[in-house]
Design a protein around this ligand. Structure first.
Ligand SMILES: [Fe+2]
Length: 203
């Protein structure tokens, strides 16, 4: 698979993405311990181009510095959440931006709600990395600083409009399984089934 899900600690997920032809790679959310991801990068001789943060929270970003130091990768984050990171952001991502790993496209969607600059990433029109915006059977909390219930509802409506065959790869293992198709989540997850903001806010 071009995307590998790596467990960090008890329930955080990192994602290592690579292009088979060029070995160019990106690590999404190194978390607070990137040792397993760094071993894979070394063992498979991947050329890590980017560390990408879905949002600024430290359980997703604490190992940024270590990975950047070891690999020379550029740091990519949304402008809004990137301003809260300790490290210098090299690539400011906006809604609709795209990055390429060789020929492998990464497409970014701004999905505020958990944080003001939360990002989801569509990889090769096949995978959807959702950070703390969408979990399996749930969504990220909106009551932390910068969170917004109404923004989260709008972001979830945008996600519902994406291709239902996408495989959802969340930022935490909070559900009954570590990943699922978007179509299955749209049919079964209360946060995606809520018809309006009132129904959503009562969940
Ligand atoms: Fe978070």
């Amino acid at each position: 698979m071009v995307v590998r899900q790596i467990r960090v600690g008890s329930d955080n997920f990192s994602y290592l993405i690579h292009d088979r032809e060029t070995r160019e790679a990106a690590l999404v959310d190194p978390g607070f311990n990137a040792s397993e991801a760094l071993s894979m990068i070394r063992d498979e001789e991947l050329d890590l181009k980017y560390v990408i943060n879905t949002h600024h929270h430290s359980d997703h970003t604490a190992a940024n510095r270590e990975v950047i130091k070891e690999t020379g990768a550029q740091l990519a984050a949304s402008s809004e959440d990137g301003s809260k990171l300790k490290e210098k952001v090299d690539v400011n991502l906006e809604d609709g931006d795209e990055l390429l790993l060789g020929c492998l496209p990464l497409e970014f969607i701004l999905t505020p709600g958990h944080t003001p600059g939360g990002l989801c990433i569509i990889v090769e029109k096949e995978f959807l990395i959702t950070g703390d915006t969408l979990f399996i059977n749930d969504c990220g909390r909106c009551d932390l600083p910068g969170g917004s219930l109404s923004d989260m509802f709008v972001s979830l409506q945008r996600i519902k409009d994406l291709d239902s065959s996408l495989v959802v790869f969340p930022g935490h293992d909070y559900g009954p399984r570590p990943f699922d198709t978007l179509g299955s989540q749209i049919r079964t997850s209360g946060v995606l089934m809520a018809k309006d903001i009132d129904e959503f806010s009562r969940l």
